[in-house]
Design a protein around this ligand. Sequence first.
Ligand SMILES: [Zn+2]
Length: 503
Amino acid sequence: MQLLRVTVIVISLCATSTLASYWEDRAKLIKSDRSIAVGSSLVLNTKEEAANEVLMGYKFKEYDYGFANPGEFLPAQHFFKGKAKVERSEVFKIIKKLPKGASLHCHDTAIGSNEYLFNLTYKDNLYGCWKNGIYLLYFFNETSVGNDCDWQRLSTLRSSNESFDTFLKSQLTLVVDDPDSAYPDLNSVWSAFMGIFETVAGLLGNKDVWQEYLYQVLKELYDDNVMYLEFRGILPDMYDLEGNTYEGVQVVGIYYETVQKFKKDYPDFQGARYIYAPRRKVDNTTVDGYVELCLKFLELYPDFVAGFDLVGQEDLGYPLIDFIPQLLKLKDKGTKFFFHAGETNWNGESTDLNLFDAILLNTTRIGHGYAILKHPALYDVVKERKIALEISPISNQVLKLVDDHRNHPGSILIANNFPVVITSDDPSFWGSNGLSYDWYFAFMGMASRNEDLRFLKQLAMNSIEFSAMEEAEKEAAYSKWRSDWEKFVDDILVDTPTVINIR
Ligand SMILES: [Zn+2]
């Protein structure tokens, strides 16, 4: 429909010849183009219009400065280099205050702030050891230190080596001064990225530490004005210092209890759901086991476990097509899917073809979907079925799919009003947290100069609409979000009394 409407205007433009009608047609064509993007159909009330003036005053100033000084435009810089400058942006400060709704794509052990993660390494009884090129961490009682590795107590290492903390920090993050030389290609950054998951596994696999960490994750999201979370995880076994181990359903129970505790302490937080997302780099028998486990989780925790996904670097193989019988079994039992698919720059390889399988399997949302623009047959399906694409700007840049957010496929998806949500993926490992940093890049880098508060409002509403919440929960979430939104609009007008009108 949209293509048809633009075509009609172009034809009328060609058929006219006077100068006045040319300007008229030009204005119509631009207006038509701008009327399509995410959020463009929303109508702001008087207060929102005033708040929008403030926001857009800052956006135009920052955007136009970038247009004149392209080397300083933050969405064109690597996040590691631009992060501190983003934090000084007035646009970013407004986005931080904005009620952003739900966070729908992140991975459990990579969500909390890196500072908090590092502080956990000061806990007693933590040991470290090199194994197969990865620095591992694990809690032991003094009397039960494992003999599978040369485990050394961190407190001892710290007291004997003043540079130990610098070393340890480097094992918990991808952040480096010069990312281009540290990670020359996509495979090298993915290798370092996957290594961090292994490093933190033993630290966060301790049941008590995990509960503390997950509580902090929810608190950090809450503080970033996020009201609901859907997070993925491989569901590793857990342990405690008394020698107990926990697996499968028990681990889901530990997650669930922690979320319930947080909800009790912060009743206006709308809750969290868990997407069981084990590793894809496995054989069929292992996936048979995943299916059985997933069905068990759904039966025991139908209000907490949202569905299923598979994780791991897609370009290295193990595409969805390898597991169709198992995935069809899950589908037939009514399981919702949230597949990572098309997280790639390639075209015609198994990675982008994952998009076809995800859609044929009736996926509820698509993680990344970065390659979807190369497959026009999928456009209408995604729009008609409202299969939300989870766009993670910083992840895609750090993991080397894109350098400059203006060139991210998200810019075209946003301009064409695809169902999108903006997500954070693994913020801990690149020094981000919450959702605000990713929202900033979507607003400043992917959306056009003219996209305004309506775009941000639509993103927040999308995150509730495309969540796995039940209808009644969505209504409650919308109701809470609307009151937060009104307060946010009021606060902008109070906090920033000087309206900068530079339109
Ligand atoms: Zn992901």
